[in-house]
Design a protein around this ligand. Sequence first.
Ligand SMILES: Nc1nc2c(ncn2[C@@H]2O[C@H](COP(=O)(O)OP(=O)(O)OP(=O)(O)O)[C@@H](O)[C@H]2O)c(=O)[nH]1
Length: 554
Amino acid sequence: MVALLCAGEYCHVHTVGKHQAAIHVENYFNELQQQHPFTLLCAYPLSAFPHGDDRAMFGEVCRLHTEVLPAENLDMGADLDTMRRTIALLQQQAYALSTEVYDRKQVERALREVNFDRLTGLPNRSVFHDRMEMDIKRSRRTQRPVALLFIDLDHFKEINDTLGHATGDVLLKQVGKRLASYVRASDTVTRLGGDEFTITLAELTNIATVTDVAQKILDDLSHPFQLDDEVAYISASIGITLYPQDAASVGELLRNADQAMYESKALGRNRFCYFTHSMQEAAQTRMAISNDLRRAIGNDQLTVFYQPIVDMHAGGIVKAEALLRWQHPENGEISPVDFIPIAEHTGMIVGIGNWVFQRALQQAGEWRITQPDFTVSVNVSPVQFYRSNEAYYREWLNNCKTLGGPPGAGPAVSIEITESLMMASDETVMDKLAAFQNAGIKISLDDFGTGYSSLSYLRKFNLDYLKIDQSFVHNLEQDTANCALCEAIIVMAHKLGLKVIAEGIETPGQRDMLARAGCDYGQGYLFGQPIPADQFDVLLKNAPPRLAGQPVHA
Ligand SMILES: Nc1nc2c(ncn2[C@@H]2O[C@H](COP(=O)(O)OP(=O)(O)OP(=O)(O)O)[C@@H](O)[C@H]2O)c(=O)[nH]1
């Protein structure tokens, strides 16, 4: 702000040279500027004020105080005393002005914080509500529909986990920029929070535009993001709802779009779905299940059942798989297929999974008293790996030392993981898996054959067991191709040093074919259904080691 009073070519003070007053004022203003982080130009030509508001304010100060003049009006012939007086007044006025500007900036900043997302600079949830209300009102007048797109990035947590939170922030900023570039002036892009964004398309003349915009978003987000030194590839799931077709209020529309987004995730992500009323019903059911599940945890409605796993060659039950069961007080038994995804979505799976692990470990310890190498396998959801912290699995490892019977045959529990975990795995997941393995916990790959079925993962993760999915076993006797495939999987698994467990064995024919193919262990209704611990206890006590070939009935 050195240019104070140096209003232009004809500036009097400037021409005077080292004028003490000017130097004094300069210093004063420089100090002022250090205290207030903005540029204050005083006695500068009005035209030099960069912002219209500031220009108007300074003009107003000049008008109210006739001695203070904008540079255009300075009398260049005035004597130095007049100039000094002018400068003194300028000091006062400038201070008043600076305070005013400072206050205004503070108010503006506070307003920005209330209305705009700090990270992306996009309008936030409260602006979203206000604008959507306005769009709805306008739509009632114009009869033009409004579309709401709810956009949630896929697996964003992995970006944070692998590249760090700061890089995650950079990505969110860039996503915000890309999204903002698609829309017209009548549309609104907001960040609701986390990795959730909305786009409101108002004044729609052609509803087909919505699909085009959604597809464009997916296409554009699939292009790489340069994040400092890293390159990230992402996708998003989008839910779309329309006003007035789907709902009448902002709250309902947001819920609809969220449900449709949830559907996109459930269908495999990287896609968009329009809201439908059946989704609403499904969402209500999910909500009810989620609320009831929360209560079930504390009310002893959850139990662990055990399904026998037999040795296909030596005979006898040598292992069990722990399977969670929920007995709802009013609705009877609720299938894990219905409640596990909800437990995963809400994060409840972390607590539930922990509980199952402890139960299984304790139970396996009791069975080890009579059968020292008996093992119970526990399903571990990918969400448990992502959401749990280090303390969580350290506790598991410690418990393995104290619970589960006398040491000797290694930990009494093994864990079952899915292929999706290995495919999406990052370093933290790898570290956790390695910690389990180092503690001697065996790892099975569940449902092999239903997903990506990558052999390279088997090698990379150094697994112990591979479980052939029941869909292969189901029509083994009718389908020779399936039989050949099972044989190939068993040979290949053995070459990689893995033992094979076949799931879903229901007939002696299936058992015999798998045994001939070299399958190590079998599980299925032929050997026993999942049953409570006390019944399993009886089964185990009454089932002496036998030759494979004699089914074990529950
Ligand atoms: N870097 C960064 N991360 C955030 C911010 N706000 C929330 N997050 C993280 O964003 C992640 C959002 O995760 P979710 O949407 O639940 O899960 P996801 O990994 O995207 O998985 P899906 O949505 O199921 O595909 C969480 O891990 C939050 O901790 C933020 O401002 N910056």
